[in-house]
Design a protein around this ligand. Structure first.
Ligand code: CDT
Length: 310
């Protein structure tokens, strides 16, 4: 019996730092309308999709608090929640979070809202890229490490909308540990929002590798854990920094089912039979039968790489 989830990825073009919240939310609702016309049950939005990618601006934490949500949902995002609930669409949305009960914390967060309009669960970004200090030689700054706290929820998977749903955010997709921890919870679809610059701020690298590494990691994560991956970019030139597009839906075979064609607001869509994820979990990637965790202890015992003994 097929188990179908109609998945739309809502890629977004750039968000300028001066764009109003009303304008950003209106763009998102327009994307939801397009997704609805295609028959979507679920819409995936990018990382930090309510604001510009502000972790480039300054090391002054207090100056950035205006970009954070202190409650979710809140009045400014009500049109998204209402449209989705009225049309029975589930969605995932990335935003900067100051938790109500821990106002000294700052998280890069993504929520999954089910088709009844309830927040089913949340994920807080674990792998925070960038620097704690200003980088004088970098083409632009990336201070996520400086003022977000590492996610404190692990990598949860929840049964929602008849699917095993997991989430990760941008840099997380580059780490096989992310997908494996989700895979060990029988994840069937991973929802991933991202803002990936078209230039590697760590140093010079051929430009085409940015897209190659993005697709390499989501395709590998999907195949090696027998799961769909739906990845949503914020794309285009945002406050002078180019962001790659490449929003995609990847099948558990590792094949790209659909890829965005623009660097702007765009819906891509795929009819995902979640039973296809179960095939890999029963066969090549039957973890219970074939994994050898005794041989993997170093993965949790050691953080940084060390040279072998001579
Ligand atoms: N937003 C985010 O996590 N960006 C990072 C930049 C890292 S550059 C190697 C990313 O992984 O795309």
């Amino acid at each position: 019996m097929p188990r179908i989830l109609n998945v739309a990825v809502a890629q977004m073009g750039p968000i300028d730092k001066d764009d109003s919240r009303e304008r950003i939310v209106a763009r998102i609702v327009e994307l939801f309308k397009e997704a609805k016309a295609l028959g979507a049950n679920v819409v995936v939005l990018p990382e930090l999709c309510l604001t510009t990618f502000f972790p480039r601006f300054t090391l002054d934490k207090a100056a950035l608090d205006m970009y954070f949500e202190r409650e979710m949902p809140n009045a400014s995002v009500a049109p998204i929640f209402e449209y989705a609930r009225d049309n029975r669409i589930g969605f995932s949305l990335g935003f900067a979070e100051i938790p109500e009960h821990a106002p000294d914390k700052r998280f890069n967060t993504q929520i999954f809202v089910d088709d009844n309009g309830a927040i089913a669960f949340r994920y807080r970004k674990v792998h925070l890229p960038g620097y704690r200090e200003h980088q004088p030689d970098a083409p632009f700054q990336h201070f996520e490490l400086a003022y977000f706290d590492p996610g404190d929820l692990g990598f949860p998977v929840r049964r929602s909308m008849d699917a095993n749903v997991g989430m990760c955010i941008c840099n997380d997709r580059r780490w096989p540990e992310t997908f494996r921890v989700l895979g060990l919870q029988n994840v069937e679809i991973v929802l991933c929002g991202y803002n990936t610059a078209g230039v590697n701020f760590h140093g010079s690298e051929p430009a085409h590798l940015r897209m190659f590494h993005h697709l390499l990691t989501v395709q590998a994560g999907a195949y090696q854990n027998a799961t769909f991956v739906a990845a949503a970019a914020k794309a285009g030139i945002e406050n002078g920094v180019p962001l790659i597009a490449g929003s995609c839906i990847v099948a558990p075979s590792g094949e790209v089912v659909v890829l965005s064609q623009t660097q702007d607001d765009e819906i891509i869509f795929a009819r995902c039979n979640l039973e296809h994820a179960q095939f890999g979990k029963r066969s090549v990637f039957n973890f219970a039968k074939y994994r050898r965790p005794d041989a993997y202890r170093m993965i949790v015992d050691r953080v940084g790489a060390e040279d072998p003994e001579h």
